[in-house]
Write a new protein. Structure first.
Length: 268
């Protein structure tokens, strides 16, 4: 009887020890989880403090912009109270597109260092613009004659197109005109001038469909679009020699049989 009592007592004590060990194990696990959690919080807080105070923007590099100046681009990108921080600005535009700007397709922001961001500007491919009297706006077109921008702002560094009768303008649609031949000549001449990098200040189409180019004080009479590529090749050779002069360069009669080109200089 006494042995049985001792066995029961020993068994109860063993069970109590197992319960205590189990409780100790659970308590130890919870303590470990708590320590890890606090450690993660401390690391995150330290990281936040480091990023917040150690990543102030000191350098902004802007590439690809020719229409808008650097300050205008910076104002568009750095547009809130947290835009002093390079990491914040990078993450902001990693998941959101920047505000749109006239004549720009898109902008990308990259992080070059903790204090240096780069803004890459992708401008719309514009070859010229024309004034639409019905709307009081300038329609900016690409090489395919598609209207890519409508604005009251005039950009003198691009070619102003005159003499094309325009019925209507719709953004991201081709120019609508009754004179399809003149429209076709416009696309041909702008593509050729762009190819040889000799875009003028003004491209003028007369009522007789003759084409006239204006480079400062020099007016170039191209005539019709016939032999256009040959005429532009000769124009590329001659233009540098007319720097600082004023007058009319006659290429309108140029052909395979007639290669004479005359510059009619203005009298001083």
């Amino acid at each position: 009887m006494k042995k049985k009592l001792l066995k029961k007592k020993f068994k109860a004590e063993k069970e109590n020890e197992e319960v205590l060990d189990e409780n100790d194990g659970k308590g130890g696990l919870l303590l470990k989880i708590l320590i890890i959690f606090v450690g993660v919080i401390i690391v995150l807080v330290a990281l936040f403090i480091g990023v917040y105070f150690g990543c102030e923007i000191k350098t902004v590099t802007i590439k690809g912009n020719t229409i808008h100046d650097d300050e205008a681009v910076k104002r568009t990108i750095l547009n809130d109270e947290y835009s002093f921080n390079a990491v914040f600005v990078y993450l902001k535009y990693k998941f959101n597109k920047p505000e749109t700007m006239p004549f720009i397709d898109e902008m990308e922001v990259s992080l070059k260092s903790p204090t240096h961001i780069e803004i890459r500007v992708y401008e719309k491919k514009i070859i010229g613009y024309l004034y639409v009297e019905a709307t009081g706006q300038y329609a900016y077109i690409d090489k395919d004659g598609v209207v890519v921008e409508l604005s009251t702002e005039e950009l003198p560094e691009l070619a102003l197109i005159r003499g094309i009768p325009v019925k209507d303008v719709v953004l991201y649609e081709a120019l609508k005109t009754d004179n399809r031949n003149m429209y076709k000549n416009l696309l041909t001449i702008t593509l050729t001038l762009s190819k040889y990098d000799v875009m003028p200040e003004v491209i003028n189409f007369s009522s007789s469909r003759d084409i006239e180019l204006i480079y400062g004080g020099v007016t170039v009479e191209l005539g019709e679009a016939k032999y256009l590529n040959d005429k532009i090749v000769r124009l590329v050779e001659i233009l540098p020699k007319l720097d600082g002069m004023t007058g009319v360069l006659h290429i309108e009669d140029y052909s395979e049989k007639n290669t004479d080109i005359i510059f009619e200089k203005d009298e001083e």
